[in-house]
Design a protein around this ligand. Structure first.
Ligand code: ADP
Ligand code: TYD
Length: 228
């Protein structure tokens, strides 16, 4: 398949949004306009799924989302994104940058919720045609550091009265630690695809490591630079 597919992964607060923005600027400076999307979300249907998943954590009327239902929703979102955005973009030789993908389901639902990796990987094969990124940037700050960042951000959001989109940080430290361990296991299993950037590094330091990982695998000449 033509095009180049990059996913960003990591626990909440690991710096994905920050690094996605910087990498987008780097591509644009080379006249390459990446296709950007996030999961859950990225399509009209996906944004509705996102809203259900994230609000179910605070809106009691919605009831508690069963872990299996949560996993199914993540894959429904992903299948739609693949069909509607990712495959068409790759077929048009575009660079696709996706904030989270199947590794998130493996880390959060597989490890965090305890549903197991095998189930997630089977669903990925069945529902996503096994489509794998060319590169996955895994941001994995020290677990204590990441917890602290996520908490700060949540507190900030709550203070300004936002509904905080209610991420999984609320699930507690143990859950967060299992997610972290899940990511570590994925990086060990697939060192070719997954470039893990860990430790306590500055934003610019991480950005440089991300650019190096991309530059080692992607050349501008191969990229389509405009709209479809
Ligand atoms: P994510 O999208 O993974 O949840 P963000 O990019 O929103 O993470 O980052 C969470 C917070 O941590 C933000 O306040 C951001 O400015 C800060 N941050 C991101 N990367 C770093 C870093 N390398 N060192 C210190 N703080 C960082
Ligand atoms: P998001 O705001 O994208 O993440 P972040 O807090 O890192 O900026 O929130 C999405 C949430 O959904 C996040 O807590 C991870 C979770 N998630 C899963 O549990 N499974 C999945 O398959 C995906 C894609 C996300």
């Amino acid at each position: 398949m033509a095009g180049f597919f990059i996913t960003f992964e990591g626990p909440d607060g690991s710096g994905k949004t920050t690094q996605l923005k910087l990498l987008t600027q780097w591509f644009r400076a080379q006249d390459v306009a990446p296709v950007l999307l996030r999961q859950p979300g990225g399509t009209p249907l996906g944004e509705q799924i996102r809203s259900i998943v994230l609000h179910s954590r605070t809106d009691e009327k919605l009831g508690v989302l069963d872990p299996m239902a949560e996993l199914a929703l993540m894959f429904a979102d992903r299948a739609q994104s693949i069909a509607e955005v990712i495959l068409p973009a790759l077929q048009h030789n575009r660079v696709v940058l996706c904030d989270r993908y199947t590794d998130s389901s493996e880390a959060y639902q597989g490890a965090g919720r305890g549903l197991g990796s095998a189930r997630v990987l089977t669903l990925h094969a069945e529902l996503c045609g096994g489509l794998q990124p060319d590169l996955t940037v895994l941001l994995l700050p020290d677990v204590e550091k990441a917890l602290l960042r996520a908490r700060h951000r949540n507190e900030g959001a709550l203070q300004v009265g936002g509904d905080d989109e209610n991420r999984f940080e609320r699930a507690g430290d143990d859950f967060f630690r299992r997610v972290h361990a899940g990511y570590t296991a994925i990086a060990k299993r697939e060192p070719q695809r997954v470039v893990a950037i860990g430790g306590d590094r500055s934003i610019e330091d991480v950005a440089k490591a991300v650019r190096d990982a991309v530059a080692a695998r992607w050349t501008p000449a191969a990229a389509h630079t405009g709209a479809y």
